[in-house]
Ligand binder design. Structure first.
Ligand SMILES: [Zn+2]
Length: 334
């Protein structure tokens, strides 16, 4: 199945039995409770979670023809995965690409289970809604393929300025900044609504590190902030190709893999996050916020020995012109 890399990676884990279900946790001596984290009725094997648990059964029975359901649910598990992940059509009349829908459902069920187990929230949208949104994202990824995935191009046009997220979504732009020589680095980011209005922003001094590490700090702080603001659907925009590819393809990244893993953990929570890469000209507010930490004399700025992020609930005055530029170009006035 070709879809979005995050789901492909997840499916790889499923096929290779690497998913940490409660049965697997007990086997590895991480825990002594095998019960299902969702229903509590049975042991949480991979088969239970994806086929026998009530939310899974209810999804499958709404999709699979009643006469085929019992065979569908009792196939050998690995055969079941292989069969469904290679059925690209003719399985369900409403969904042209059954393999994509099937993979999306497994991923959504896993996220749903994690939301229950970790109590992060019972899912910010319904399970079925989540499946269909994932399906749409996979379809876009399959249609455009790897080369054109970066949202830098829309309808073949190079996007040079900040754009509004689609209705119901928030957009997070993040950036890192590193001074040559001293290597003192900082990061910043801005969260805006679908009308382009300011939700909040942050700026954080991160000590001595590389420019790339500062970029990742920006993503991590930004995602934490967006999550804490109960955002359900988020477009995350970065301008660094390295950061973009690392997050999209789940590549390991140098000597700070713990931070990258914290980012993956946030991305895997029960919310929608679409990753996008934009040119620097579309990321100026985030860049401005990252650089705020460079100017100690400014009243809006934090002390350099303060490593916690400063959150701006109102836009910093020094960045108003950049915000206005974004806003005007997003609405086609420039
Ligand atoms: Zn269950």
């Amino acid at each position: 199945m070709r879809g979005i890399p995050r789901i492909r990676y997840f499916l790889w884990l499923v096929v290779h039995g690497r998913i940490l279900t409660n049965v697997e946790r007990v086997r590895r001596h991480f825990s002594n409770d095998m019960r299902c984290g969702v229903c509590g009725l049975d042991v949480e094997s991979i088969d239970h979670l994806f086929r026998k648990c009530p939310p899974a059964i209810s999804l499958w029975s709404s999709l699979v023809r009643p006469g085929d359901l019992s065979a569908f649910l009792s196939m050998e598990f690995l055969d079941w995965l292989r069969f469904n992940l290679t059925q690209s059509s003719n399985f369900h009349q409403r969904f042209q690409h059954w393999d994509l829908l099937f993979g999306s459902i497994l991923w959504a069920l896993w996220k749903f289970r994690n939301a229950h187990v970790f109590g992060s929230n019972s899912g910010r949208c319904g399970l079925w809604e989540e499946c269909t949104q994932l399906y749409d994202q996979c379809l876009v990824a399959r249609t455009y393929g790897r080369q054109q995935l970066p949202a830098v191009r829309v309808n073949g046009e190079q996007v040079q300025h900040w754009q509004l997220p689609r209705s119901g979504w928030c957009k997070l732009n993040t950036d890192g900044s590193c001074r040559l020589g001293s290597r003192l680095a900082s990061c910043g980011g801005v969260l805006r609504s679908d009308s382009g209005s300011w939700v909040c922003g942050f700026s954080r001094f991160v000590g001595r590190c590389t420019a790339l590490e500062a970029e990742f700090w920006g993503v991590l702080e930004g995602l934490r902030l967006a999550w804490s603001r109960q955002v359900a659907a988020l477009v995350l925009e970065v301008d660094s190709l390295e950061v973009y590819e690392c997050l999209l393809y789940r590549k390991s990244c140098g000597g700070f893999s713990a931070m990258v893993h914290s980012i993956f953990e946030l991305l895997d929570r029960p919310w929608q996050v679409l990753l996008s890469r934009v040119p620097r000209s579309a990321n100026k507010v985030a860049d401005g916020l990252a650089k705020l930490c460079h100017v100690p004399a400014d009243s809006e700025v934090l002390v350099l020995d303060n490593f916690s992020a400063h959150v701006f609930f109102d836009p910093p005055v020094s960045l108003l012109h950049l915000l206005q530029d974004d806003w005007l170009s997003a609405f086609g006035f420039s």
